[in-house]
Design a protein. Structure first.
Length: 355
């Protein structure tokens, strides 16, 4: 930044509030153990236990406080694409490139038989999600979404199909009445999760493959991210787009996750960053988290105090959100001080010009 003779910024300088900058914070912990890309992470609803799913075909159960692996869960024979924990933490489910959907005991990590291996038409399983009551589980494969009864493993809805592209993720609404899925054709679809009837068909707003969809905690909005580097919000009463695309990422946005209190959205992507957004206004937060490799996914702890980040470098990074948010305040205060100095210098220059 250029300086005036008084040491402050020149009138042509601008306070650094226009675009977010890298956070000065460092990770609270770095979890190492996987031998390949970490694809997904998920916190248990109680305590400080975390799951990570990897391209190496394993699932790790971590004690976040100690940073130690509680258990290495094996059973899949190929990359684990997704991991999701039932709302009560009693079981978790995983979808894999080995074309199966498997269930595991939430405490021990032991397999809960039988796995689901039918209905996927020979394709790998991508997105998996539980209904809010934990009684149903949905999974995507190729161009289909299926919903099963968690207890009996019987299919109850689907397959729900999009003819023009495959699905990556699926998400139930907070009340469980709807299910959404993103698609490779750049659209998003929403169905009644009980009847399978279409609620919103092919919502259009992205210009390329949509990689993730998530409902806000109040269920009023659906948020999506895509390979067009943008994040979009949809009104779930009308199906209309809300505002303009939220841009800041410089490459594909792979995942989005709202904070438990519904105030913040975290997004992660191929540009190696995790960025934060105000869920009410869509405005970006002042700083982002820079990583050394592609960020595939992120997850908040149930109390919102921790953020786990799944990275291409085989590691899981744990961030303290209190420290991150404190950094936002520090950044804004610094910008305010710069603005005051700028205004003071402008006043001084204006006064001198009339002398």
């Amino acid at each position: 930044m250029a300086s005036s003779p008084s040491g402050g910024p020149t009138p042509s300088s601008k306070p650094s509030t226009e675009a977010p900058s890298p956070s000065s914070q460092t990770p609270h912990k770095v979890l190492e153990g996987h031998s390949d890309i970490v694809k997904r992470v998920a916190f248990f609803p109680y305590g400080r236990r975390l799951l990570s799913a990897s391209h190496d075909g394993t699932i790790f159960i971590w004690d976040v406080e100690s940073g130690e692996v509680e258990k290495k869960v094996t059973g899949h024979t190929a990359s684990v694409n997704s991991i999701v924990i039932a709302p009560d933490g009693s079981i978790f489910a995983s979808g894999s490139k080995d074309r199966t959907l498997r269930f595991w005991h939430g405490l021990t990590g032991e397999p809960e038989e039988p796995p689901i291996a039918s209905g996927f038409k020979g394709r790998e399983v991508w997105g998996v999600s539980f209904s809010p009551d934990g009684l149903r589980v949905a999974a995507t494969c190729a161009s289909y979404v299926h919903i099963w009864d968690t207890r009996t493993r019987d299919p109850i809805v689907g397959p729900l199909e999009v003819p023009s592209g495959g699905y990556y993720t699926t998400a139930f609404s907070p009340d469980g009445s709807r299910i959404a899925a993103d698609a490779a054709d750049g659209t998003v679809r929403v169905w009644d999760s009980v009847s399978g009837e279409v609620v919103f068909d092919a919502l259009k707003g992205h210009s390329s493959t949509v990689r993730c969809a998530a409902f806000t905690p109040d269920g009023e909005q659906l948020v999506t991210c895509a390979e067009d580097n943008a994040i979009r919000r949809w009104d779930m009463e009308s199906g209309d787009l809300i505002g303009v695309p939220h841009k800041g990422h410089t490459d594909t946005v792979y995942s989005i996750v709202p904070s438990p209190n519904g105030k913040i959205l975290a997004s992660s992507g191929a540009d190696r960053t995790v960025r934060f957004w105000d869920l009410k206004t869509g405005d970006p937060k002042p700083t982002f988290l820079q990583h050394d490799s592609v960020v595939h996914a992120a997850a908040f702890s149930s109390d919102g105090r921790l953020l786990a980040v799944a990275c291409h470098d085989t590691k899981v990074y744990i961030w303290d959100m209190k420290a991150v948010e404190a950094g936002w305040c520090t950044f804004l205060l610094a910008c305010a001080r710069n603005l005051i100095i700028l205004l003071q210098n402008l006043k001084m220059i204006t006064t001198h010009s009339w002398m």
